[in-house]
Design a binder for this molecule. Sequence first.
Ligand code: ZN
Ligand code: ZN
Length: 416
Amino acid sequence: MTTSSVLAGLDRVRGWQEEFYRDLHAHPELSHQERRTAQRVTQRLRHAGYELHEGIGGTGVVGVLSNGTGPTVLLRADMDALPVREDTGLPYASTVTAADAEGDQVPVAHACGHDVHVSCLLGAAQLLADDRDAWHGTVVALFQPAEETGDGARGMLDDGLAERIPTPDVALAQHVLPAPAGHVGTLAGPVLSAADSMRITVHGRGAHGSMPQAAVDPVVLASMIVIRLQTIVSREIPPGQTAVLTVGSLRAGRKSNVIPDRAVLELNVRTYSDTTRDGILEAIRRIVTAECQASGCPRDPEFELFDRFPLTSNDPDVTARVAGAFGEFFGDRAGPLEQQTASEDFSDIPTALGVPYTYWGIGGIDAKTYQRAQEAGRVSQDIPVNHSPGFAPVIQPTLDTGTQALLAAALAWLAR
Ligand code: ZN
Ligand code: ZN
């Protein structure tokens, strides 16, 4: 079978791929600062014979490899790291610090495993370039900046991505997860939540703490709002649907005997359908505006949306095709993926290009370690999750599996 001829080449790339991964892991870069990573990606893609598009949306890199007529498959990897101090004890652990967007010096680590995604996609890109007799069509290998800030994909689109690359027939992406390494999981439909953060400023009237009659107290108002917002999920969302609304920050006043003139609330919403999302955001505005009116606020409240991530909802046909390819290649190491509460901006790209997509998970935890934790009922205590200081996938079989998954999925469209 042609798929296996491409995959058989894995032994040739494994050496440099592991070295590339360790180097990337030790040199993580924050969102929008992925300059060294992009440069290293560019070098490898050029070496593999890809046509290069650099600096898209800042540090984004796209390699295109045309190999006759046939489908066009977009494969995406994200490149950025997080302001986390790595605590893995690995010989290639990061000790890097960098200035963040606010100018503060922060520790930086690949605590989300995007170094895995980059290394796997480069390996897959090389193997496809090495065995052009086995497939036909076009491969678009897309390396995206700033996934963690939710604006990297949009940045590439705003910078003319659609005009600079061939329009794909399908878009594919993956994420390493706290699951047994060697395993892959797929799920049709909503797989990752949409996320929206909102900053709400309510305006009261300040006064002496002993003279409440002269004030419109924003502390009482904000408290009412926090409680009333809890009724959105419990009273307005159908019981069969899932949503989360968390008020994570509430700030008002500085002194016990001063009624302040404003309060600022910051909240986060997670949803699995656009209807639910729109409904919740609308309900928040309605409740806050009405509570402000009820309190007699001198000014209307202000709403500001930020850190927004789209819903990731896998196309059923594309997912079935990929799941079939995984079942054939991985056997019982392929299975269903649970719906995740995390969010991603990958889907912004296929949505803007008008193409179907699927997004799957690969395990990154040593299978025996995971099994021991599972038997002891201690998975949530003992297995570090993405974004935690202890999260670092085992190099193998994680890199092999991620590379094989990309190839098996891409070849489901491209194989001769
Ligand atoms: Zn992350
Ligand atoms: Zn991530």
